[in-house]
Design a binder for this molecule. Structure first.
Ligand code: GLY
Length: 427
């Protein structure tokens, strides 16, 4: 049977998924036009990524045999449930299980109830005032999290981004009402994404994302400015045992969830006591999908069809290349972004670089920036340093009107992560 894959979502992550499925027939459904997905898909339908009826209608129209859902908002809206009701298998969790990402209070309570101990101490609050009282009463620094989805931009950490007094003002002035306040975790952050279905958990390589807007991890949080992975599953600042401990936490989580299917994304803090869960996501990361799928040698379609057919997922093979991904975002992003800069960066296979579009405005004479992340360049190579220099070489012609974190994946930044972990372990 010739597979027909419905792909929901139109960002850089979904462009990477479309490329991983380039040998099959893909039908896109997204709220924005992504020229990268357009060039790979049979057709792309524009519509709201949370409109479950419209997504089911499109899946039926194109006779989709399997669906891959990119964005968390679609999962939260129940797209997987609706497709399942219509007889279309979707590789993603139903809305009830997507709460693991979309409801931070549920996430922590689930971990506590299931005895998954790799987590900080936490308290949950239904109103701002008790959250503020608690914040003022606790010793030590905390992470302050709105309960729901915030596009990665809602969390504030005291002793890092702001003082405790500023955190109380943040809660009081915020539009968010419900909060989780938890002990601040100190260490190095990393992500492990696993493919999960039919009691199989297949972990992929560890990746380190960079959420802060400016070099040196300064500035406001963003959706992610870039990320790197090494030639094997482990990042330079961690041991093999620490990576395996993170994978065990994901396995423990899947067991506690029961019949989970889709991508389970663990955002970990590597602390002096090993990895602890900062949060779970129930989908690929953006940009982490760009570090993972281009070096995955196992056919991603085989993962999707094995999941649908009730089989064990195939063992995963990777190319052994390191990757460095850097997002080009409009100048002023995320606070006061200027749209309208022309995108001129070229990539090609000979230079081991790829380009993934996120949010771009397609005009007759070319592509222009919007006010969101524009595109990512991925360099691949036999080391992180080599992959980084390839990404930078491609970005040299980026022109005016863009901001890029040039420090991501540099030897200097990676060494500082190793030094940081050595200090933490020695504490
Ligand atoms: N890279 C962060 C996220 O995808 O949520």
């Amino acid at each position: 049977m010739k597979e027909r894959v419905l792909l929901v979502g139109g960002g850089g992550r979904e462009h990477a998924i479309a490329r991983a499925l380039a040998d099959t027939t893909v039908y896109g459904f997204s709220s924005n036009r992504n020229p990268g997905i357009d060039s790979l898909a049979e057709t792309v339908h524009l519509g709201s990524e949370t409109d479950t009826d419209a997504i089911v209608d499109f899946a039926t129209e194109v006779d989709a045999t399997v669906a891959m859902i990119g964005p968390e908002a679609s999962l939260a809206a129940g797209v997987v449930d609706a497709l399942e009701d219509a007889g279309v298998y979707a590789f993603g969790p139903p809305a009830e299980m997507a709460r693991l990402e979309t409801d931070k209070a549920y996430q922590r309570e689930f971990m506590a109830e299931q005895g998954i101990d790799a987590r900080p101490a936490f308290e949950t609050f239904g109103n701002p005032e008790p959250a503020i009282d608690y914040l003022e009463s606790v010793d030590g620094d905390v992470a302050v999290k709105p309960r729901g989805l915030t596009g990665g931009k809602g969390v504030r950490v005291t002793g890092d981004q702001l003082s405790k007094t500023e955190a109380t003002v943040y809660i009081r002035e915020s539009d968010y009402k419900e909060w989780v306040i938890e002990e601040r975790l100190v260490g190095e952050e990393f992500t492990v994404q696993a493919f999960v279905a039919n009691d199989t958990v297949r972990p992929t390589l560890a990746v380190q994302d960079h959420k802060r807007a400016y070099e040196g991890d300064e500035g406001p949080n963003t959706g992610g400015m870039g990320s790197y992975s090494d030639t094997g599953p482990v990042l330079p600042f961690m041991t093999r045992e620490e990576y395996e401990a993170a994978v065990e936490i994901l396995e423990e989580t899947v067991e506690a969830l029961g019949d989970y299917r889709g991508v389970l994304y663990g955002q970990f803090m590597l602390t002096s006591e090993g990895p602890k869960v900062i949060e779970y996501n129930v989908r690929f990361g953006d940009p982490e999908a760009m570090n993972t799928l281009p070096v995955l040698e196992t056919d991603f379609l085989d993962v999707l069809t094995a999941a649908r057919n009730g089989s064990s997922l195939p063992a995963l093979e990777f190319s052994g290349q390191a990757t460095v991904c850097k997002y080009a975002v409009p100048s002023g992003y995320p606070v006061d972004p200027d749209a309208g800069a022309k995108i001129t960066v070229e990539v090609n296979e000979a230079t081991e670089t790829d380009r993934y579009y996120a949010s771009v405005d397609e005009q007759e004479d070319g592509l222009y920036t919007t006010t969101s992340r524009s595109f990512a360049v991925l360099g691949r190579g036999e080391s992180i340093v080599k992959a980084e220099s390839r990404a930078e070489a491609a970005l040299v012609d980026v022109g005016e009107g863009f901001h890029i974190r040039h420090d991501i994946g540099t030897d200097e930044l990676v060494e500082s992560r190793i030094d940081h972990m050595e200090t933490i372990r020695g504490m």
